[in-house]
Design a protein around this ligand. Structure first.
Ligand code: MSP
Length: 511
């Protein structure tokens, strides 16, 4: 089965920060999880490079827009390399294949009579790249996301007949038995979208006359395509539209479009309408997580409180950073993060809980078994117990993108093994019952492997190391795929008896 997941494509006027990283890591964790579950995954991310905002940022730096885009898209790629993001394609909206795709969609809508010319006057927020009605602004007349006043713009533009799709979209997002059902999650945000949709849908402007940095309309080169239309179409270009028919047929529709709540409207209303107007399938799930603040403040370059992916990786290590960022606050609602909260979670979950489990197990092998996997009766009770608790509390939460809960399940699995060690008291068994001691060590190693298999999507490189500790055979990804397909532990556990334990060094140095 295939699974197509996307992140938003990020604007290149900003440097990649922890906000972008949050969505991208979450998408990566899900992509890796689905791969382990034997899905044929396609994971798309990239950069959004046209529009007034980018043109203004380039001008402010004395660069051409294309120069700025080239430089900044590279920064996003570097950030995703640092964070070990396993995307299949990184798309840029200035690529010729994307331009071709946009032209084709816009032309199709035009040919179907869904695009018309009209004079329009409205309040435009450049930060959001969208028009607002007065009622959508706060009491000072500012947009909620940028706290700036949108400016009055008056143009003759091409409009898309969005209003025609009101009923059809409402039906698709509210009727779960519709074969084209679009699931919007979380539920509360879906309700907001439904409420707004019921108030009516106005046609939207699909082009700009004053903005040169964009894709010219194929049927009127004096105007450029509205940047949001250009951007949304990346999701089909990324899987081969329009030329690579085979790939497009295989991967489209998206199983999950992932983003924060700021851009949910575009993804759950405007994007489906464009697709329906063109005659293409709509996405299956649109998932918006919350916005987070840093110590109670919005992150911004001017406040100087932006956390970069590199800072995170330098402080905690890449894998730990991935785990911490995506599990620190519940996935869905808004939340506040801070270095202190990240440090605390690092020390509790990783240095103390997981790190301690691993170091005490290795020490035990070293002290009593010359660092060898003991050759003993296969003892899988503990591994089974660990697998059971993960099956109950981990898998479902991962599939629902509740990463914080999946993280809690991992921690309770680790707790179980740590508690087993305490109650077995190996240091006592060493004096009284060395046979039992051997069985205990063997069982801890198998349980650790079960944990590594489940932790893998969050911490791939560390889990590869953990996998090697127990002398487990094969590579962790292949074994995990088999494990998740068969849903059963290997009869003799994962380790090869008598192999020497790999010593990975301190995996999580205490802060
Ligand atoms: N270019 C558009 C998206 C087009 S998609 C067809 C855009 N870009 S953006 O650079 O502004 O990125 C917005 C996204 O970045 C959010 O939807 C979210 O995924 C992520 N985040 C940026 N800051 C964030 C937080 N402070 N908190 C959570 N997510 C954040 O919008």
């Amino acid at each position: 089965m295939k699974f197509y997941i996307t992140t938003p494509i990020y604007y290149v006027n900003d440097i990649p920060h922890i906000g972008h990283s949050y969505t991208t890591i979450a998408a990566d964790v899900l992509a890796r999880w689905k791969r382990l579950n034997n899905y044929d995954v396609f994971f798309l991310t990239g950069t959004d490079e046209h529009g007034a905002k980018i043109a203004a940022a380039a001008e402010a730096k004395g660069r051409t827009p294309q120069e700025l885009c080239d430089e900044m898209s590279l920064k996003f790629k570097e950030a995703w390399d640092i964070l070990n993001i396993s995307y299949d394609t990184f798309i840029r909206t200035t690529e010729s294949k994307h331009i071709k795709s946009v032209e084709k969609i816009v032309q199709t809508l035009f040919d179907k009579g869904l695009i018309f010319k009209k004079k329009y006057e409205g309040l435009y927020c450049v930060g959001c790249e969208r028009f607002y009605a007065q009622k959508d602004l706060d009491e000072d007349g500012c947009c909620a996301f940028h706290k700036t006043k949108p400016v009055l713009q008056s143009e003759e533009n091409y409009f898309f007949k969005l209003s025609l799709f009101q009923e059809a979209i409402l039906e698709r997002i509210t009727n779960s038995s519709n074969k084209d059902y679009i699931e919007i999650l979380p539920e509360e945000r879906k309700n907001e979208i439904v409420g707004k949709l019921k108030l009516g849908l106005e046609d939207v402007s699909f082009s700009r006359t004053a903005i040169e940095w964009g894709i010219p309309l194929p049927f009127d080169k004096t105007q450029t395509v509205y940047v949001w239309v250009d951007a949304l179409i990346n999701y089909i270009t990324g899987v081969g539209y329009p030329d690579d028919e085979e790939r497009f047929k295989k991967y489209w529709q998206a199983e999950v479009h992932l983003m924060a709540k700021d851009i949910l409207w575009f993804h759950s209303v405007i994007w489906p309408a464009i697709l329906m107007g063109t005659g293409l399938a709509t996405p299956k799930t649109v998932y918006s997580h919350g916005f987070f603040t840093l110590n109670g403040n919005k992150m911004s370059k001017s406040l100087g409180n932006v956390i970069s992916p590199k800072e995170l990786a330098d402080k905690y290590g890449v894998d730990a950073a991935r785990y911490l960022v995506v599990t620190l606050i519940p996935f869905g609602p808004d939340g506040d993060i801070s270095w202190e909260a990240l440090d605390l979670k690092y020390n509790i979950d990783l240095a103390n809980n997981l790190g301690n489990l691993i170091s005490r197990t290795i020490k035990m092998a070293e002290k009593y078994f010359e660092l060898k996997v003991p050759d003993t009766f296969v003892e899988l009770e503990l591994a089974k117990k660990t697998a059971e608790i993960l099956k109950e509390n981990f898998n479902e939460n991962m599939n629902k993108l509740l990463f914080h809960k999946a993280g809690e399940a991992l921690q309770s699995a680790i707790d179980i093994v740590n508690k087993a060690i305490e109650s077995d008291a190996p240091w006592r068994l060493a004096k009284t019952n060395t046979q039992k001691l051997a069985k205990c060590l063997f069982s801890y190693l198998q349980a650790i492997d079960v944990i590594a298999i489940h932790f893998f999507s969050f911490m791939p490189e560390i889990c590869k190391k953990i996998w090697k500790i127990s002398g487990a055979s094969g590579n962790i990804e292949d074994v995990a795929k088999k494990y998740f397909a068969d849903n059963i532990l290997p009869e003799k556990g994962f380790s090869i008896v008598n192999s020497t334990l790999f010593q990975p060094g301190v995996l999580f140095p205490r802060l």
